[in-house]
Design a protein around this ligand. Sequence first.
Ligand code: GTP
Ligand code: MG
Ligand code: ZN
Length: 361
Amino acid sequence: MKKNISKINLEDIGYSEFFDNNRKNKEDKTITPARIIAEHKELYILRNETSELSAKITGKMIFAASSREDYPAVGDWVLITVLDKEQAIIHEILPRKTVLIRKSVDNSDKQLIASNIDVALIIQSPDRDYNLNRFERYITLAESENIKAIIVLNKTDLLPENELDMKIFEIKKRFKDIAIYTTSIITGKGITDLINSIERGLTYCFIGSSGVGKSSIINMILGENLIKTAEISSSTNRGKHITTHRELFILENGGILIDNPGMREIGVLDSKTGIKSVFSEIYELSKECKFSDCCHVNEPGCAVLKAISSGRLDKSKYDNYIKLTKEDEYNTMTKLEKREKDRKFGQFIKTAKKQMKKYKL
Ligand SMILES: Nc1nc2c(ncn2[C@@H]2O[C@H](COP(=O)(O)OP(=O)(O)OP(=O)(O)O)[C@@H](O)[C@H]2O)c(=O)[nH]1
Ligand SMILES: [Mg+2]
Ligand SMILES: [Zn+2]
């Protein structure tokens, strides 16, 4: 994978006043900002104005860390000391402007997806368990962090025109304020529109289930096959994740794209912000329920149920709300993931400590 390294402005890879204002000791010229573009076990790949570097974090950071969020993630701005042409040390993470986080229902587990995202491109394709509720979940996830959500319906070549029109109609009806792009990497339809929507200096994160075509679209935007995607002929193979690492790509004319491994169902959600923005109607109504702990399922005096029967509230929105708030399937899933993550993380710390000794950090 050969990358074109030429001199760039930090602003073109997303640096802004927000980060600069949070930088202490600016007069120290040996400590400079860089952005995390990939994470490989104990090693981070960084980009600054002049080069791509591999880096490790300082021992001080490791010992001060108490959770995953204290470690760098793809998209982070960090302060580094450059050691040589290829290596650097990371001293600290600059405060994050936004974070994309998967959460379990009870908020006990959080998984940092990526940080400093401006726009979430939420992708689905008609051949991969397509449904509107999934869009809603991802929109909620993004909006709870003030990240702009955009819908992308990919693989439109697989649909007859009338079915495609129907799908677009449904999406527009349900998500009135969200921009939607319809794309196909086979016919190339919609890709130029998507490219034209990309703004210099903004960071776009592609999210959606495995196999919907996230990496394929990014490859097409980049104009080269930098990322491995599934073979076209094997597109019917389900459940195989092609992208295994999160990675950030810098477009020549500005704009930053982050590819993600396909997510299994995303866990929910911050009840104070995210759910509220999508389901604000239900929250408003629930104030009028007879019982303050009403679950809006079968309780007497429930204002939400009353609004459904009177037609004031959309039944499908309600169904999704119930699903999101009740299903503890997500909980179970994130706990399993947590165990796996903890295991890997333990290994990471062990190796990092060993290396610190070696490099006397
Ligand atoms: N027919 C059709 N197939 C597509 C389109 N876009 C992607 N594909 C195919 O869908 C399969 C999956 O594409 P990927 O780009 O690897 O999907 P992904 O979302 O990155 O998947 P993960 O990396 O596993 O999360 C590949 O076989 C692609 O060739 C499209 O617009 N139309
Ligand atoms: Mg991929
Ligand atoms: Zn109620």
